[in-house]
Design a protein around this ligand. Structure first.
Ligand SMILES: Nc1ncnc2c1ncn2[C@@H]1O[C@H](COP(=O)(O)OP(=O)(O)OP(=O)(O)O)[C@@H](O)[C@H]1O
Ligand SMILES: [Mg+2]
Length: 86
């Protein structure tokens, strides 16, 4: 994801923060680059975001993408620190 910022965004600045909250870890990655249309995410040929989403779903976390063309990208990943066994 950080790689995505480097690869696609043409950003000057990328801000990464990681924090722990309760049983979750929250990672946010914000860049001030070109952004993209999140409604087209399903039509992208890239495998990166898709596989991250699937893996997070599996462990009970999620990924949130906020981006607009021309307005940079803000990615939030929340994942549980302890995985509950079912
Ligand atoms: N930070 C970003 N800034 C601008 N565009 C982005 C950013 N992150 C993702 N995108 C857009 O979303 C698309 C999908 O990203 P994804 O990570 O799924 O695939 P990819 O990076 O192209 O390929 P892969 O991750 O498999 O190498 C990218 O092709 C790009 O157009
Ligand atoms: Mg990628």
């Amino acid at each position: 994801m950080l790689l995505n910022s480097a690869k696609h965004s043409q950003a000057n600045t990328v801000t990464v923060s990681i924090c722990k909250e309760d049983n979750n870890i929250r990672i946010t990655i914000e860049d001030d680059g070109v952004g993209f249309d999140t409604s087209k995410i399903d039509t992208f040929k890239g495998f990166g975001l898709f596989s991250i989403r699937e893996r997070l779903k599996y462990i009970g976390g999620y990924i949130k993408l906020e981006s607009k063309p021309g307005h940079g990208t803000h990615v939030t990943v929340v994942a549980p620190l302890k995985i509950e066994k079912k």
